[in-house]
Design a protein around this ligand. Structure first.
Ligand code: SAH
Ligand code: SF4
Length: 370
């Protein structure tokens, strides 16, 4: 007989809002309501984002009574690392976190050495939901279903945790330089918390990550793409396209029934017109599915004249048993796009020995308890 882990039953009887869910201006409002002097906001902000305080007790610059009042009102810690893995070649860390209600999410840190004129990067791939409702057939997260949205604090804390990992392992030399919203879940289906997380990550008195160093990846939720075009942040947008025609895309991405390729590309056109920013298209390459020369030709036609870049991602193996094309076929697909005038890169694979693909570690952790 098999048993299943009932994730949401495992912890946290009490649920206070987290102070990590507040932007700096919301924290200032909260301090005003608590009749605190203005400088308290910066003291608390510094304690959280400068000194990595994990409880109000550690915020020794605050009076004791205020610490007690804050502890009654707010949680400070929202993530607990359950499993941490380090890839063999040393460039990838992956962490499975437990949230305060027992849900599980994954975060990946990738270290890229600088080559030529590109600078070394420390990129964190973060989750925005526990699970995902959108059911893409090749995606381990999509196959696990939806649990819940993450709060802004739960999104931001994945980055601060990786900043702490980097600080510990490099004697404070290294920090996270880039954030990609490409972990578990669909960021645009958790729009408000995602944008709040961008605000907090971007804050110039806190984590100080440039918006241009953040990339939000979406399955293609059209209204939210248009909304993002109106935001003040210069974040990058990546679209998970994965197929050059509706028949193929609908087969692997159920969302295509709601917003088809023509509607999606039209939204991208509007986004580019409004922002003048280049859009990235993600294309998971699956053997025998979307990797034929005719698909490359269709893709060239589709993206013709768009300010864009294509990232080819050879598919990671999941339960669905899709196969990755061989190197020759991947190279041919890339060359066809290049010859068709489309800027293209094949994404460098990292951490396959530690299940670095989206949702794969959580799936393994749960099935290990069966
Ligand atoms: N929901 C968003 C962001 C999370 S998924 C989105 O779909 O864009 C991040 C990226 O990982 C997407 O481009 C997604 O299609 C890709 N991905 C999912 N499963 C994969 C797999 N098995 N192999 C390679 N890439 C995968
Ligand atoms: Fe959700 Fe993105 Fe996975 Fe599709 S690829 S199921 S949208 S996380």
């Amino acid at each position: 007989m098999t048993t299943t882990l009932r994730i949401s039953d495992t912890s946290a009887p009490e649920h206070r809002p987290s102070i990590l869910d507040l932007t700096r201006s919301e924290l200032a409002e909260s301090m005003e309501e608590m009749r605190q002097p203005k400088f308290r906001t910066m003291q608390i902000w510094q304690a959280i984002y400068g000194e990595s305080a994990k409880s109000f007790d550690e915020m020794t610059t605050l009076p004791k009574l205020l610490r007690a009042n804050l502890a009654n009102a707010y949680d400070v810690s929202v993530l607990e690392p359950m499993i941490s893995l380090h890839s063999k070649e040393g460039s990838v860390d992956k962490v499975l976190f437990k949230l305060n209600d027992g849900e599980l999410i994954e975060t990946v840190l990738m270290r890229y050495s600088g080559r030529g004129d590109s600078r070394a990067r420390r990129t964190v791939c973060i989750s925005t939901q526990a699970g995902c409702a959108l059911g893409c057939t090749f995606c381990a997260t999509g196959q696990q279903g939806f649990r819940r949205n993450l709060s802004a604090g739960e999104i931001v804390s994945q980055v601060t945790h990786m900043n702490e990992v980097l600080a510990e392992t490099t004697g404070g030399e290294e920090r996270v330089t880039n954030v990609v919203f490409m972990g578990m879940g669909e960021p645009m289906a958790n729009y408000d918390n995602t944008m709040k997380a961008v605000n907090i990550l971007n804050d110039d008195e806190g984590i100080r990550l440039g918006a241009r160093n953040m990339t939000i990846s979406t399955v293609g939720l059209v209204p939210q793409i248009l909304r993002l075009a109106e935001e003040p942040y210069q974040v990058n947008l990546a679209i998970s396209l994965h197929a050059p025609n509706d028949r193929l895309r609908s087969r692997i991405m159920p969302i295509n029934a709601r917003w088809n390729i023509a509607t999606l590309i039209q939204a991208c056109r509007q986004y580019i017109e409004k922002t003048n920013r280049r859009v990235s298209f993600e294309y998971v390459l699956i053997a025998g599915e979307n990797d034929k020369p005719v698909h490359a030709e269709e893709l060239i036609g589709l993206l013709d004249g768009l300010l864009c870049h294509v990232n080819i991602i050879p598919v990671n193996a999941t339960e669905a048993r899709y196969d990755r094309p061989d190197q020759g076929r991947i190279g041919k697909f890339r060359d066809l796009l290049r010859r068709g005038g489309i800027p293209v890169t094949v994404r460098i694979e990292k951490g396959t020995d530690i299940n670095a693909g989206c949702g794969q570690l959580r799936a393994r952790a749960i099935s290990a308890t069966d």
